[in-house]
Design a binder for this molecule. Structure first.
Ligand code: PEP
Ligand code: MG
Length: 583
């Protein structure tokens, strides 16, 4: 394509599919500037703005240095000498001078990309001292950006796209992802992120091809460049040749045809060759997915993540009546199958319950999930009543996120009873037999599963969080993504312990959609697998190729294994033997 060479950037594939279009680059992290094109005539003006910002920043840093010197002494103040040196660093400024006329974008976005790249290099060096200086560089970057925007607050909102595009961003929050204009965004690729992040989960439920953790993405991408995003292999191809484009058009058509064939088998039950039945349900996040539940052949909804409906609009939370109407619609859509509503799971890496709440040092261990709901009982009860009322319109289950032990369950069940009494007082009906469950995603809950089983009707294992908390690996941190192992023996043993209670146990984390580990889940005895609707047709066909007794024997071996690689390969061997054509 024209004068540019084809370039391939590799990352982690997190949502399958192929997008062919042109790139739109959003060079932001938590405080990055938005990008807009400029003309050549505007170049000198842009450069002047930058120089003025440097002067202002220099003044600020010198002042800071003097202040710190007075209070803490010269040693502490010396840090600002390093800031000042970096501010005028000739490599950065030289790079910016070269990049600006090439990119023809507002100077703050180019400066941002150049400095991000510099920080990446610093993070990769062996010297721990140099690595620890990254925060200083970041501080200078933010000062300069602030000074270039003359104190304006940095824009957070993603501008709506007018043309179809592949979105390339430093980072997308779950909120950004939920807001993406699905008509025009063909897929997205980010410099940060991991397969278990909510952003990746949302991409899958939106049916958008997505690739994350692409080094130097923002630096190497330019708005308007033709590109192909391969969500199967995790590759972004910039300026693809005509030949590459043709190859990908064919691949896309083939994949879509194979997928249509799988969907065509939606009436068939998920039953192994030796007659073991697994319930196959859908994970749902958005109202627009409701109609795809039936189309995928799901036997109801195993996990409705209510947080995007409750918090996703940015307006105030829907009241009981609005929630009831929304839940009822879903229940009626799925009748006679069951819909399991997970109550609000706010906080952590998800949408904040109160955006203005104080920052938490450890949000994953902080105010999230059931803890938020229990500390806002009146709001929680609105949701409980709305779900109870919806249970009168079809088959409904309810479950609670981030439960760590029995005290939270007791308190929650008391609130549920209060809600039942209130509805009876109002003369409103609900299903007396609505199933109540607990998500198992905190190790202590898995350890206490035999006790929790006395209080509830079912378990649903959230393998995303269970893995995060069991092996202490942040599910959204791309630096540790490669050691996020769902087959870690610690995780697998906790799953087995939960299932052994004999209570019906679903798997609703992303692990359920991984064909490599499906034999393990079936062999451990999970009674239900719940996955995104786009993955459901392939999981169904895979289960129909498995032999339950073989999976069970393999799972017993896995429980004796010492490491995650062994467990994964035990399961993968069965998978490859049973359904090689699905890989
Ligand atoms: C999980 O943790 O595995 C889960 C299903 O919940 P979420 O991904 O919404 O945290
Ligand atoms: Mg979870």
């Amino acid at each position: 394509m024209g004068k540019f060479l084809e370039q391939r950037l590799r990352g982690l594939p997190v949502s399958p599919g192929i997008a062919i279009g042109s790139l739109r680059v959003e060079a932001r992290d938590c405080s990055a500037p938005s990008i807009h094109p400029i003309t050549e005539e505007e170049l000198p003006g842009e450069w002047k703005r930058f120089e003025e910002a440097l002067v202002r920043t220099e003044r600020e840093l010198v002042e800071l240095k003097h202040r710190v010197e007075k209070v803490s002494g010269a040693t502490e103040a010396a840090i600002f000498d390093a800031h000042l040196l970096f501010l005028r660093d000739s490599t950065i400024i030289g790079k910016l001078k070269n990049e600006l006329p090439l990119r023809l974008q507002n100077i703050e976005s180019v400066y941002y990309a150049v400095v991000q790249n510099f920080m990446e290099i610093m993070r990769a060096v062996d010297d721990p001292y140099l690595r620890s200086r990254v925060m200083d560089v970041r501080d200078v970057l933010q000062r300069v950006l602030r000074n270039m925007q003359s104190g304006d607050s940095v824009k957070r909102a993603l501008p709506a796209s007018e043309l179809s595009c592949i979105l390339a961003a430093y980072e997308l929050t779950p909120g950004d992802t939920a807001e993406l204009d699905r008509k025009n965004v063909l897929g997205f690729v980010t410099e940060t992120g991991s397969a278990m992040s909510h952003t990746a989960i949302l991409a899958r439920s939106l049916g958008l091809p997505a690739v994350v953790a692409v080094p130097r993405l923002v630096m190497d991408s330019r708005t308007g460049s033709p590109a192909i995003l391969d969500g199967y292999e995790g590759v972004l191809i910039i300026n693809p040749t005509e030949e590459t484009q043709e190859k990908y058009r064919i691949l896309r058509d083939e994949r879509e045809k194979a997928y249509r064939e799988l969907v065509g088998m939606r009436e068939l039950p998920a039953i192994t060759v030796d007659g073991h039945r697994v319930h196959l349900a859908a994970n749902v996040e958005f109202a627009h997915e409701f109609e795809s539940i039936r189309r995928s052949g799901a036997e109801g909804v195993g996990l409705y993540r209510t947080e995007f409906f409750l918090l996703g609009t940015g307006n105030s939370m829907p009241d009981e009546e609005a929630q009831y109407e929304h839940y009822r619609k879903l229940v009626e859509e799925c009748a006679p199958e069951e819909v399991i509503f997970r109550t609000l799971d706010a906080g952590g890496d998800k949408l904040p319950f109160e955006p203005s709440a104080e920052r938490e040092d450890n949000p994953a261990l902080g105010w999230r999930g059931i803890r938020v709901s229990l500390s806002r009982a009146e709001i929680f009860k609105q949701q409980l009543r709305a779900i109870l009322r919806a249970s009168a319109c079809g088959k409904v289950g309810i479950m609670f996120p981030m439960v760590s032990g029995v005290t939270e369950v007791r308190r929650t069940l008391d609130l549920l009873d209060e809600c039942r009494a209130e509805l009876r007082g109002r003369g409103q009906t609900y299903d007396e037999n609505m199933r109540v469950g607990v998500m198992i995603e905190v190790p202590s809950a898995a350890m206490m599963a035999d006790v929790l089983a006395r209080y509830v009707d079912f378990f649903s294992i959230g393998t995303n969080d269970l893995t995060q908390y069991t092996i202490a690996v942040d599910r959204v941190n791309h630096r540790v993504a490669s050691i996020f192992r769902v087959t870690h023996p610690g995780v697998v043993r906790l799953m087995a312990r939960t299932i052994e209670t004999g209570l019906p146990t679903a798997i609703c984390g992303e692990m359920g959609g991984d064909l490599n580990v499906l034999p393990l889940l079936v062999g451990l005895g999970a009674t239900e697998i719940s996955v995104g609707t786009h993955l459901l047709p392939v999981v169904r066909v895979a289960i129909r190729h498995l032999n339950y007794l073989e999976c069970k024997a393999m799972a017993q071996q896995a429980l004796q294994a010492e490491d995650s690689v062994t467990i994964r390969s035990l399961s993968r061997d069965v998978a490859l033997k049973s359904y090689p054509e699905l890989f």
